[in-house]
Design a protein around this ligand. Structure first.
Ligand code: C2E
Ligand code: MG
Ligand code: MG
Ligand code: MG
Length: 279
């Protein structure tokens, strides 16, 4: 005879609708029209060269203002856009905004870099390298002023294909950064196999400096990255103590709330004005 599973109620459990699944479905539905409805914006978080104190660049961070739920974190909605494929047009939109802003900043910060997060789904799109080059070109941003940040989880599907796609971007002069270094499964493997120029160490390593052991791990990561002749960026710098420790450890670049929050485009003129008074 056929196997009959006991009904959940006979086991004394009641089946609850999954509220998280319901929210994901609702947000996915709303995301479809969010671009058309102008609900997205891009904020820019400055990065600073630790030794000189000068602005090294800006990281573009996507923001979604939902009409009822207010601001929703990219950590929540980016995975939904990856699953639906919306990340491809949305990612291109972010890239265009960021390149245009980058170009507008060239006069004030002539050697600053505009850094844009990209998802695996984008990298695996065969047209991606050409699209990126075309967007930068039409925005007037030189390729060596554009940096793409890749998170290692993003690459898992096919290392060889990611390698070829990244090589095409690198050969065009675009800077490649490995984001959230140290928290994934294969950080070291990616570091060996892929053509990065910059490594962003995850904020957990910036924050966990309280015990000598934690500090040694962060210091060793910085040394490893510098030994490869890559630049090392610390993200999530929140205190002067952390900044001083990172400086002692010879970290190149710092980014975090201590130095500046991500800025809305309308806040950039005030940031520039302040920067010009106190370079
Ligand atoms: P990420 O690329 O690691 O970006 C850094 C995150 O740390 C940002 O969160 C930023 O606001 C936050 N942050 C900066 N300084 C500090 C600090 O001092 N302390 C703390 N606790 N956090 C700090 P955000 O903007 O919420 O973005 C979350 C993630 O969403 C990003 O992490 C990135 O992986 C993803 N994301 C954001 N924009 C895009 C995008 O345009 N495309 C893609 N594919 N992913 C994006
Ligand atoms: Mg990033
Ligand atoms: Mg990222
Ligand atoms: Mg990160």
């Amino acid at each position: 005879g056929s196997l009959r599973l006991p009904h959940p109620e006979h086991l004394g459990v009641t089946v609850q609708p999954d509220p998280e699944a319901a929210r994901r479905a609702e947000l996915t539905e709303h995301l479809r029209d969010a671009l058309k409805l102008g609900q997205f914006s891009v904020h820019y978080q400055p990065q600073f060269d630790i030794r000189s104190g000068r602005v090294r660049g800006f990281e573009a961070l996507l923001r979604w203002r939902h009409p009822e739920h207010g601001f929703i974190s990219p950590a929540e909605f980016i995975p939904l856009t990856e699953a639906s494929g919306l990340i491809v047009p949305l990612g291109m939109w972010v890239l265009r905004q960021a390149c245009e802003t980058g170009t507008s900043l060239l006069g004030v910060f002539p050697d600053a870099v505009m850094s844009v997060n990209v998802s695996a789904v984008q990298i695996n799109d065969p047209d991606f390298p050409e699209c990126v080059k075309e967007i930068a070109r039409s925005a007037g941003l030189p390729p060596h002023r554009l940096e793409l940040e890749v998170t290692e989880t993003a690459l898992i599907a096919s290392l060889e294909y990611a390698q070829r796609q990244l090589m095409r971007l690198s050969q065009a002069g675009i800077i490649l950064a490995l984001d959230d270094f140290g928290v994934g499964y294969s950080s070291l493997n990616y570091l060996k196999k892929l053509p990065f120029h910059v490594v962003k160490i995850d904020k957990s390593f910036t924050n966990d400096l309280t015990t000598p052991k934690e500090a040694k791990v962060t210091e060793a990561i910085i040394q490893l990255v510098k030994h490869l002749d890559y630049r090392v960026v610390a993200e999530g710098v929140e205190t002067f103590d952390q900044l001083n420790r990172l400086k002692e450890m010879d970290c190149d670049v710092a980014q975090g709330f201590l130095l500046s929050r991500p800025l809305a485009p309308e806040q950039l003129p005030a940031f520039i004005a302040k920067h010009l008074v106190h370079p």
